[in-house]
Design a protein around this ligand. Structure first.
Ligand code: HEM
Length: 520
């Protein structure tokens, strides 16, 4: 098996940092004419970034007597409020400021170089990419708070900061703004908070629920050859040969392995992927001047997705009345689960197989034989679209193999205050909450964009008549949600999306050596 240079890979790829529930996503831009300061800043930052693995693993915290781990193995073993994690991502505009020659830049993918929201031109009023992502109407980049069409300066990069509590997070944000000050400034919003800093605060709650009330972050791909899987090998030999551990230390059954184990090249640049290819393909292009900025990096998709919890719950009540004759907490939970494909506690709607493990948040299910017609988990449900497993393809085995070419690692977290159920509906006070959606993948077009465009936004997904993702941001005339049932399916019109895109950008999450090379 190919050996992955984990100590050169940023930690976010292998961990969502559950021990650091408070996070801040800070967008920044370089100050003009400060290239030397920028290099000094990056050289210093490179040594503080959280890595996926490593031997040294600790740095001194500015102004404190203690040290903080800089690899996730050390982070897991440590405790205390000093713990934190820093990761760094750059946009194409950020990379361009290093005066890399065009040969280097062309190694990055076209969609990354073009960005998530290229500005319209006289020829293309709605640019192809916005069309493809469904970013129109209320979700049009014209209206975004950041990353959209109204910005002049844009965003050059993002710091992803994680801490154990709110106070520690604020201290980390302040320290990092100070550390970057000579080189960069916090980017400012062009939209509703015109001129305000773009610092989105994420929060992982103990129950791991997002704002619509569902446990999130359950189904993730597991990278073949990841350190946890390697380390567990010995343990596995002693256990049943049919089990293996994933990166959270959980045990994967043989069936879960079939579903979730994915080749490293789908997520880390420079390694073999599910197509048995490498991105970038060095054999075709040759390798220019010795520096390899892409190796051990990955692409990061960041989308600020605002959630309208009231509108979602109104729709759920309507659906409960139509399906069950009345809306009460029990029927509402049942229909909400149909929209997502899992109950709010994480239990999937596809029935448990006889020999299945007994976990609520189980992930050992397929669709083709277990629920081929969608009677348990509707065909249009969010998780069935986002990862159709063995359902879309000429036969189940091929479908499962193909679906592994379109997986993403999700590292997003909710932002904004949770709605207090005792308060009832928010009184139009403009409360802003949603998901700071983060997807990591080696091929934005083949992974994130493919899922968004061909599955979530596709009104005819899996043979449906007219329904996009029920919790997606796309609005289409005649949009509906179809519940497969006997004797006849039920079609319910979805009045409008419950999610709106408020900002976003495509980033590159470089390997540590690439950050050092940029600073050189
Ligand atoms: C506000 C927007 C969104 C909400 C509230 C949301 C919520 C959820 C929930 C509750 C789950 C089930 C728990 C789990 O398996 O982890 C899930 C799964 C998933 N979501 Fe989303 N999601 C949103 C947007 C997106 C977008 C934009 C994408 C991709 C473009 C996406 C891709 C996925 C994937 C790949 C899964 C795992 C499916 C599986 O492997 O079974 N989600 N999401």
């Amino acid at each position: 098996m190919e050996k992955i240079e984990w100590s050169d890979v940023q930690g976010l790829l292998l961990s969502g940092y559950p021990q650091l529930p408070f996070s801040a996503y800070l967008a920044w831009r370089f100050r003009p004419g400060r290239r030397d300061a920028a290099r000094r800043w990056l050289a210093d930052l490179a040594e503080r970034l959280m890595r996926a693995d490593g031997v040294q693993g600790e740095v001194r915290i500015a102004g404190a007597t203690s040290t903080a781990p800089t690899n996730i193995r050390a982070l897991k073993a440590a405790s205390g409020s000093d713990l934190r994690a820093i990761n760094l991502a750059l946009t194409a505009s950020g990379l361009r400021k290093f005066d890399l020659d065009e040969g280097w830049l062309s190694e990055f993918s076209l969609e990354f170089l073009e960005g998530m929201a290229p500005k319209p031109t006289a020829a293309t009023q709605v640019p192809r990419r916005s069309n493809l992502l469904g970013d129109a109407g209320d979700s049009s980049p014209e209206l975004w708070d950041w990353g959209g069409w109204t910005e002049d300066d844009g965003v050059d990069g993002m710091l992803l900061l994680y801490a154990a509590d709110e106070q520690a997070l604020q201290a980390l944000v302040d320290a990092e703004i100070k550390a970057m000050d000579a080189a960069s400034e916090v980017a400012t919003s062009a939209g509703r908070d015109n001129g305000g800093p773009i610092i989105l605060k994420g929060r992982l709650y103990d129950d791991r629920k997002e704002h619509f009330g569902f446990t999130d972050g359950i189904s993730q791909p597991t990278i073949e050859g990841s350190p946890m899987a390697q380390r567990s090998k010995e343990k596995l030999k002693r256990r049943s040969a049919a089990t293996k551990e994933n990166d959270d230390g959980k045990v994967l059954t043989a069936k879960e392995q079939r579903i979730s184990l994915v080749k490293p090249g789908e997520f880390v640049l420079g390694y073999v992927n599910e197509r048995r290819e490498r991105i970038p393909d060095r054999s075709a292009k040759g390798h220019a001047n010795g520096r390899d900025l892409l190796r051990n990096g990955t692409y990061m998709v960041f989308r600020q997705l605002e959630q309208d919890v009231d509108a979602f719950e109104d729709f759920v009540s309507l659906l409960a009345k139509r399906l069950h004759g009345e809306a009460d907490p029990v029927t509402e939970e049942q229909v909400a689960a149909r929209l997502v494909g899992r109950h709010k506690n994480g239990e999937p709607l596809v029935p448990r197989a006889e020999n299945s493990t007994k976990k609520t948040e189980r992930n050992d299910f397929l669709y083709s034989h277990e629920d081929g017609s969608g009677l348990a988990c509707p065909i249009g449900a969010h998780i069935r679209r986002a990862n159709p497993r063995d359902a879309i393809g000429p036969d189940p085995d091929t479908a499962l193999r193909l679906s592994k070419m379109h997986r993403i690692i999700r590292r997003g977290r909710p932002y904004g205050a949770r709605r207090d159920p005792k308060e009832g509906k928010s009184s139009g006070n403009g409360s802003r909450r949603g998901i700071a959606f983060i997807a990591l993948n080696a091929d934005i077009a083949g992974q994130f964009e493919m899922i968004q465009h061909s599955w979530l936004n596709n009104a005819h997904f899996g043979g449906l008549y007219a329904g996009t993702d029920p919790i997606g941001h796309v609005a289409q005339a005649g949009d509906e949600f179809a519940v497969q049932q006997r004797p006849a399916n039920l079609h319910i019109e979805r009045p409008r999306p419950f999610v709106t895109v408020r900002g976003g950008a495509y980033f590159f999450l470089p390997g540590i050596n690439a950050v050092r090379a940029l600073a050189d």
